[in-house]
Design a protein. Structure first.
Length: 85
C-alpha cells in the first residue's frame, strides 16, 4: 500500500511543477465588463458564433455538428433561435 502513496505524490508533484504558472487566469473587471455577462443575446451574434465555429465541432451527444447546423440554418433558424433564447 505504501507504493500507491509514493506514486500519487510523484504524479501530484510532477503536474504541480509543470502547471503552477503556465496558465495564468485573467480576471474580469466586474464594473467594466461584468454587465456584458447578463445582457441579452441578439440573433446576429448567435449566427456569427455558429458561422465562426469549426464545422466538425460537436454540438452535443447527438452527433450533430456545426457543419450540419450551418448547412441547414435557413431551415432550422426558428427552432435553433428558440433553443438558444
Amino acid at each position: 500500500m505504501e507504493g500507491v502513496y509514493n506514486v500519487r505524490a510523484t504524479v501530484h508533484d510532477h503536474f504541480a511543477y509543470h502547471f503552477k504558472d503556465e496558465f495564468p487566469f485573467k480576471h474580469l473587471d466586474v464594473v467594466a465588463k461584468g454587465g456584458d455577462l447578463i445582457r441579452s443575446l441578439c440573433e446576429d451574434e448567435v449566427k456569427q458564433v455558429v458561422c465562426n465555429c469549426n464545422d466538425i465541432k460537436s454540438v452535443g451527444p447527438d452527433g450533430v455538428n456545426f457543419g450540419f447546423i450551418k448547412d441547414f440554418l435557413g431551415l432550422m433558424k426558428n427552432d435553433f433561435t428558440r433553443f438558444v433564447f
